[in-house]
Ligand binder design. Sequence first.
Ligand code: ADP
Length: 432
Amino acid sequence: MANPSTPSAQPRLLLGCIADDFTGATDLANNLVRAGMRVVQAIGVPDGPLGADVDAVVVALKSRTIAPAEAVAQSLDALRWLQAQGAQQVYFKYCSTFDSTPQGNIGPVTEALMDALQCDFTIATPAFPDNKRTVFKGYLFAGDVLLNESGMQNHPLTPMTDPNLVRVLQAQCQRKVGLIDHAVVARGAQAIEERIAQLKAEGVSIAVVDAVSNDDLLRMGPALAKLPLLTAGSGVAIGLPANFGLAPSSQASALPPAGGKQAVVSGSCSLATNRQVQDFVQRGGAAMAIDPLRIAQGADVAAEVLSWATPLLDKGPVLVYSTAEAGAVKSVQGQLGAEQAGAMVERTVAAIARGLVERGVHQLVVAGGETSGACVQALGIAQMQIGPQIDPGVPWCHARSDAAPASGLHIALKSGNFGSDDFFTKAFLVLG
Ligand code: ADP
């Protein structure tokens, strides 16, 4: 697959991305693919060189809430690997709700990357209007309310009590933080570039940039072309591929042809996933629930599920789920402890996912963020090529796994609240 900007003789990475969590990495990769880039997501920093000819790589870390020094070390490790692949521009991706503690990790990681790249200016904008995250006058809105009224003020790990991102980021940074406000963004790329020059002259090194619409993000794109480092949510990505001469195309999301049997495993207990399980069952799909209490009693639930599923796999997709409503989850957590119950269910669902793939399932949907992490690990997946979108934020991917044949498998990782009610049926139709 030749690409005008990446001569096939010497593949050169256009954009190297570092994401601070797993499903956030997929979200970014999905936006880049939709804007025309061929993208691979790596699970952690790869051991060796990139084995694929792609435009962008997103290295997925789990660095959002770890100690700042450790987040910096992991991010620099990812940067060194991306530089070794020839990355022309670096993108540090964090959450669209700017999830961070007073110590970081957005500020410390940004400054460490700036030091390493000898970069004297970068931006910071979590705006993702498609997901109702907008930034105006430096204030972050989630839906119709300010960040600190959105529920994020009560987040267990990263409570966000100040919606003013200039203040929040300044508290985490040594460098001076400023603002490129909407009046400038609305005037377009040249006005943004002039404002960057002005801020630099004033000693500002990092600017929060307002954006309330995709048009703002697209206007921003050309003004960012020359910056070695960008820091943002996934929204800014939509304006970048055009800087490299790339336009949206179905080629960007092309995956090898899909084959094999089909299954869904779900460890998510979100409202959306509960509706999706119910929808699949109501349509007459073959489905089996996992009872966490039986796992706790020592029953080999994975083996039971696999012997139930094996004869059914020829007839169509099967669904295996621990998904339950809030009351049932609370009751299980009360008996087993929340962390213990979670880890136990994750291990079981991941063992089932692996068993299904070994039994010929090569189209697998996984529901749940943590559950996805456990399944990807159990399947020994190191990287995923990003393909067509099923629903916003959830693409099909193609991956190699030691549980699958050499042709690999197709896998879709759905974080809890994503996807329409018929997601578990619709997903397989997208692969055709
Ligand atoms: P989401 O993306 O919806 O947050 P996750 O997979 O990230 O989904 O988190 C769901 C957590 O709940 C996982 O740790 C999972 O193992 C756990 N879990 C799943 N089903 C149950 C259940 N029936 N009772 C208790 N915990 C459960």
